[in-house]
Design a protein around this ligand. Structure first.
Ligand code: B0W
Length: 836
C-alpha cells in the first residue's frame, strides 16, 4: 500500500529546506559522535570497533539517503525504461569501504577517525560480510549492480534476504566443518525495511474456473497458503556521480490472517508450525554452487523471489499507468541470473492474465519481450529440473501455464521441423520419463528475447552444444556477454597503494574507465616505475603474511621473496584443485631427491568452500591440509615450499589476497569453467595467470598476449576427442615424475594414520572415465610451472609481466560488461542525477 500522497509532499518540502549533510571532516566527526553517543549509547570506555563502525556507517548512510531520493525522483520524473536484475544470490561482502570510495569521502573520513584516535581499517574489518551467495554467480550480481549505478542506469537488483548466508568454514583436523553464518545477529545498518511495499505470495491450493463480473471465465488460484514478502532495501551508490540505486531483498514473514485462523481454531501448535514453515523460505542460502539440488524449499525460494519482484514491478506500473499495459514491454526489462528465477516467465503470465485481465496473447507478447536469460554453466548437474508432480502440488496455476506455453512452443517448433519427433522431444519444456520434469532452461529460453553465455567460449559451446536446437530455431536470441568485475572494489578499494601509483602515473579516470589502464603499458619499460610497482607488491605480500600468521601458526616459512601461487575459488572437481596438489607433491618430491638446482621458493595458497554434501570436494580439502602438514613440517623443505589452506574464503578475504598474489591458478578442465571472475580480479592486481584455454582465460590471454600468460593443457576440442581413448594409467606409466607423485599418494605418505582415506580421490583421477581428465594435463602443467619459475627468477621480467597484466585488464571491468548488456539487451538510457 503506497503512503498517502499529502504526507509525502509535506515531507518533500521540509527535506529540501534541510541543508545537505556536510562532507567536511568536522561534519563527519559531529555526526559520528551523535550516533555513537546518542543512538548507540556508547562512550569512550567501549573498546569494540563494532559500534564505532556502526556509528560511522550511519553517518555515511545519511549521505547516501539524500542521493537515493534524488535518484528515485529522476527516474520517476523521466518515466524512463527500467531494468530489473533477478538473482537468488547477491554476494555483497562488506559495504563501508566501498560506500566511502563511491561517495568520494575516503580521505576525509579516514582523517576524521584518525583525529578521534580510531584506525579506519579496524572499523572496516569489524564489518560482517554479507555472504548471500555461493561464488562467482553471486559476486557477479554484486559487481553488476555497482556498475549499473556507476553507468547511471535505472536498474533495481531483486534478491532474497537470507537470515543465514554462506556458511562459515572452519578446519578441524584438516577437514571442513560448517558453522552457520548468522550475519544479521547484530542487525544490519545498511538496510531499510519497507513494510509498505510488502506482497502476498501463494503456495499450494488449486485452480478453479470462475465467472467474473463481465461474464468472462477466469481461472482462480484458491485455497492457498500465503506468505508475506517484506522488502529490505540497501542503497547502491555509483562511483562519485550522485546516483544511488536499490538492491531490494525479500524476507518471508507469516501472514497475520494465516496464523489467526489457526489460532482461533484453537490449534496453537499448528499456528506456530505454519509460521515457521512460512518464514523458513528465506532462512538459509543453499550452499550447493553448481552441484546437484532439487529440494522443495529451494523451489519455494525461487517462486517467492520471482512472484514478489514481479508483483512489485507491476504494482509500481499500475500506480502510474493504471491497468494499461500497452507500453509495458517498451518500458521494462528483466534479466534472469541463470534459471534460478526463471519461474518468473510463468509468473508474469499469471499476473498479467489472472490479476490484470490480459488475454493469453497479450500476456505472452509482453513476457517474451521483457525477459532475458543468462546461462552460467554447462555442467549437467547444475541444469535445473523440477518434477511436474511437485510443481502441480506447490504451484498448480503455474504448472497449467507452463503446459500451455509448451504446447504453443512445440506447435511452433514442429512447423520448423515437421515430423522430427526426436528433436521436439529434446526441446520440450517437459522432459518425459519415469517422472515428468520441467526443464527450467528451456522455459527460460522459450520465454525470453535474449539468451547469453558469460564468456566467448562458453557462449559458443552453448550454441553448438547444449542449446544447439534452440540456436537453430532462434539464432537472433543468442549472444555473448563476457563477465567482468568492478574495479572500484577489486582495485581502487582493495589495493590502495597500487591504485595511488596508477593514479599518479595516468590520472584518476581509470576508476570509471578501466580501458585507461592501457596507458600504463609504456611504464613496463621504466626501471624506476618497475621498482615502485615491485615494492608495492612486496608490501602487499608482507601484509598477507602478517594476516595469515596472525591467524595461524607463527612457525610457517613465509617470505615475501617466495612466489605467491594462489588458487582461491569453490572446491570442485572440474576446477582441479587436485592438479595443483599433484604439482605441489611433485615439487616436494624434487626437494626430497635433492633436485633443487635454481630453486624458486614458492608459497602455494589454496582456499575455497566445498558444498557440504560434496564428498570428493571435502576430501580434496582434507588432502590439501594433510599434504600441507607434512611439507610444512619437513626440515628438508625449509623455506623452499609452503602449502597453506586458507580457511573461510570469502569476499573480504579475496580483497586481502588479490594484492599479494603473484601467480593466478586457473586450471579447470577446458570447456568446463563458463567464465571465472577470480581470474580477472587477480590479473587486475598484477598477478600472472597460469591457465587452460577455458572460460575467460582465453580472452585474458588475448588481451595480455601469449608471452605474459602461462598456457598449458588440452583445449576443449582436444578433451572431447581424447575422452573416448583416455588411458590415465598409461600416462602415469610413461611419466616418471607422475609415477613418483602417485606412489607418494598411494603409499599413504600423507595419511599414515588414516589408511585408505584418499582412495576415492586417487581412483577418480586414475579412472579412464574421469570427466575432468586431470592426469592428461599433468605433464604440460609441470612443464609450464618450470617456465613460471624461470620467469620469476628474473625479477625485472616478472615485474614487467605483472604491469602488463594490470595494464591490459581494462576489458574485464563490469562497466564494459554492463555497457554491452545495455547496448544489446536492456537498451536503457543513462539517467544523470542532478544534486538538488
Ligand atoms: C551457482 C549456484 C547454483 C545453485 O545454488 O544451485 C547453481 C549454479 C551456480 C553457478 N555458478 N553456475 N555457474 C556459476 C559460475 O558463474 C560465474 C559467473 O558467471 C562464472 O564465472 C563461473 O564460471 C560459473 O561456474
Amino acid at each position: 500500500m503506497p503512503a498517502k500522497q499529502f504526507v509525502i509532499s509535506k515531507l518533500n518540502s521540509s527535506i529540501t529546506q534541510v541543508p545537505e549533510q556536510g562532507m567536511t571532516k568536522e561534519d563527519f566527526i559531529d555526526d559520528f559522535k551523535q550516533y555513537y553517543v546518542h543512538l548507540l549509547g556508547r562512550d569512550e570506555n567501549c573498546g569494540s570497533p563494532f559500534y564505532a563502525g556502526e556509528a560511522l556507517s550511519l553517518a555515511i548512510r545519511d549521505r547516501l539517503l539524500e542521493r537515493w531520493k534524488f535518484t528515485h525522483q529522476t527516474y520517476k520524473n523521466n518515466d524512463c525504461r527500467r531494468g530489473y536484475y533477478l538473482s537468488m544470490e547477491f554476494l555483497m561482502g562488506r559495504t563501508l569501504s566501498n560506500a566511502m570510495l563511491n561517495l568520494g569521502v575516503g580521505n576525509t573520513v579516514t582523517q576524521a577517525m584518525y583525529d578521534l584516535g580510531i584506525e579506519i581499517e579496524e572499523l572496516i574489518s569489524s564489518e560482517q560480510d554479507a555472504g548471500l551467495g555461493n561464488g562467482g554467480l553471486g559476486r557477479l550480481a554484486a559487481c553488476f549492480i555497482d556498475s549499473c549505478a556507476t553507468l547511471q542506469l535505472p536498474v533495481i537488483g531483486y534478491g532474497l534476504r537470507y537470515e543465514y548466508g554462506m556458511f562459515t568454514q572452519t578446519i578441524v583436523n584438516g577437514e571442513q566443518v560448517e558453522k552457520p553464518d548468522h550475519w544479521l545477529r547484530h542487525g544490519n545498518v545498511w538496510e531499510i525495511r519497507r513494510l509498505e511495499y510488502s506482497h502476498t505470495i501463494k503456495f499450494g491450493g488449486h485452480t478453479e474456473l470462475q465467472t467474473d463480473e463481465n461474464d468472462e471465465q477466469r481461472l482462480h488460484w484458491i485455497d492457498t497458503s500465503n506468505v508475506l514478502a517484506v522488502p529490505f532495501d540497501t542503497p547502491v551508490p555509483g562511483y562519485q556521480n550522485g546516483t544511488v540505486n536499490t538492491l531490494r531483498l525479500w524476507k518471508a514473514v507469516a501472514t497475520e490472517e494465516f496464523n489467526l485462523d489457526e489460532f482461533n481454531a484453537g490449534d496453537y501448535e499448528e499456528a506456530v508450525e505454519a509460521k515457521i514453515t512460512a518464514e523458513n523460505i528465506t532462512m538459509v542460502l543453499y550452499p550447493n554452487d553448481v552441484n546437484e539440488n532439487g529440494k522443495e524449499l529451494r523451489l519455494r525460494q525461487q517462486y517467492f523471489l520471482a512472484s514478489a519482484s514481479l508483483q512489485d514491478v507491476l504494482a509500481h506500473w499500475t500506480g502510474v499507468h493504471g491497468n494499461d499495459f500497452t507500453h509495458f514491454a517498451e518500458k521494462r526489462c528483466f534479466q534472469l541470473n541463470d534459471t534460478h528465477p526463471s519461474i518468473a516467465v510463468a509468473e508474469l503470465m499469471r499476473l498479467l492474465m489472472d490479476i490484470h485481465g490480459l488475454t493469453w496473447d497479450e500476456a505472452w507478447a509482453i513476457t517474451k519481450n521483457t525477459m532475458a536469460y543468462t546461462n552460467h554453466t554447462l555442467l549437467p548437474e547444475a541444469l535445473e529440473k523440477w518434477p511436474v508432480r511437485l510443481m502441480q502440488e506447490l504451484l498448480p496455476r503455474l504448472m497449467d501455464i507452463i503446459f500451455e506455453i509448451n504446447v504453443n512452443f512445440i506447435t511452433e517448433a514442429s512447423m520448423h521441423w515437421p515430423g522430427d519427433s526426436a528433436r521436439l522431444r529434446r526441446m520440450s519444456i517437459i522432459e518425459e520419463g519415469d517422472e515428468q520434469q520441467v526443464r527450467m532452461a528451456h522455459l527460460a529460453i522459450v520465454g525470453s528475447f535474449s539468451v547469453n553465455g558469460v564468456a566467448q567460449l562458453h557462449s559458443q559451446l552453448l550454441q553448438q552444444g547444449l542449446f544447439s536446437d534452440f540456436y537453430a530455431l532462434w539464432p537472433h536470441k543468442f549472444n555473448n556477454k563476457t563477465n567482468g568485475v568492478t574495479p572500484r572494489r577489486w582495485l581502487a578499494a582493495s589495493n590502495p597503494e597500487l591504485a595511488s601509483l596508477i593514479t599518479e602515473t595516468i590520472g584518476e579516470q581509470w576508476v570509471a574507465d578501466l580501458s585507461q589502464l592501457k596507458k600504463l603499458q609504456p611504464y613496463a619499460e621504466d626501471a624506476q616505475f618497475r621498482q615502485r610497482w615491485r615494492a608495492i607488491k612486496q608490501a602487499a605480500k608482507q601484509r598477507l603474511i602478517d594476516y595469515k600468521k596472525g591467524k595461524y601458526s607463527a612457525e610457517l616459512h613465509l617470505s615475501v621473496d617466495a612466489l605467491f601461487d594462489v588458487q582461491v575459488k569453490r572446491i570442485h572437481e572440474y576446477k582441479r584443485q587436485l592438479l595443483n596438489v599433484l604439482h605441489v607433491i611433485h615439487l616436494y618430491n624434487c626437494i626430497k631427491k635433492g633436485d633443487t638446482e635454481n630453486w624458486v621458493a614458492r608459497c602455494v595458497l589454496i582456499g575455497g568452500k566445498a558444498a557440504p554434501g560434496y564428498r570428493m570436494a571435502k576430501q580434496t580439502i582434507k588432502l590439501i591440509n594433510n599434504v600441507a602438514r607434512i611439507i610444512n613440517s619437513d626440515p628438508d623443505v625449509g623455506d623452499k615450499l609452503t602449502l597453506l589452506f586458507l580457511p573461510d574464503y570469502r569476499v573480504s578475504a579475496m580483497e586481502k589476497i588479490c594484492p599479494g598474489a603473484d601467480l593466478s591458478e586457473q586450471i579447470s578442465t577446458a570447456g568446463k569453467e563458463a567464465s571465472g571472475t577470480g581470474n580477472m580480479k587477480l590479473m587486475m592486481n598484477g598477478a600472472i595467470t597460469i591457465g587452460t584455454l577455458d572460460g575467460a582465460n582465453i580472452e585474458i590471454r588475448q588481451e595480455v598476449g601469449d608471452e605474459n600468460f602461462f598456457l598449458f593443457g588440452l583445449t576443449a576440442d582436444e578433451i572431447e576427442v581424447k575422452r573416448s581413448q583416455y588411458d590415465p594409467i598409461a600416462i602415469i606409466d610413461q611419466d616418471e615424475d607422475l609415477q613418483q607423485v602417485m606412489h607418494l599418494l598411494e603409499s599413504g605418505y600423507f595419511n599414515q594414520f588414516e589408511p585408505g582415506l584418499f582412495n576415492d580421490l586417487i581412483n577418480s583421477i586414475k579412472s579412464q572415465y574421469d570427466p575432468w581428465m586431470t592426469i592428461a594435463d599433468f605433464r604440460s602443467f609441470v612443464d609450464v610451472q618450470k617456465r613460471v619459475e624461470e620467469a620469476y627468477r628474473d625479477k625485472d621480467r616478472w615485474t614487467k609481466m605483472s604491469i602488463l597484466n594490470c595494464a591490459n585488464s581494462g576489458k574485464f571491468s563490469t562497466d564494459r560488461t554492463i555497457g554491452e548488456y545495455n547496448r544489446d539487451i536492456w537498451k536503457l538510457t543513462p539517467q544523470p542525477v542532478k544534486q538538488q
